[in-house]
Design a protein around this ligand. Structure first.
Ligand SMILES: [Zn+2]
Length: 73
């Protein structure tokens, strides 16, 4: 299992406590960093939630797996 900050996980669980469905044309995804459930466009390659992208949180093993679509230049 990956290492996750307990506070982030608790926050995600609290936010996602109520069931919800994504908008039409969107799909429901779970952020691999903080476990937050969010809606995303199906063709979007980024698997992290908006918050993790903005804060620059990386998925453990994400780059090593060769699926990092936004490598540093
Ligand atoms: Zn996240």
């Amino acid at each position: 299992m990956s290492v996750r900050a307990p506070d982030l996980r608790a926050e995600a669980i609290a936010i996602n406590a109520e069931p919800w469905d994504p908008l039409p044309g969107m799909e429901k995804r779970r952020c691999p960093v903080c476990a937050y459930l969010y809606a995303s466009q199906p063709e979007r390659a980024e698997q992290r939630c908006h918050t993790c992208v903005v804060r620059g949180r990386e998925v453990p093993g994400y780059a090593e797996a060769g699926v990092n679509d936004d490598p540093p230049t």
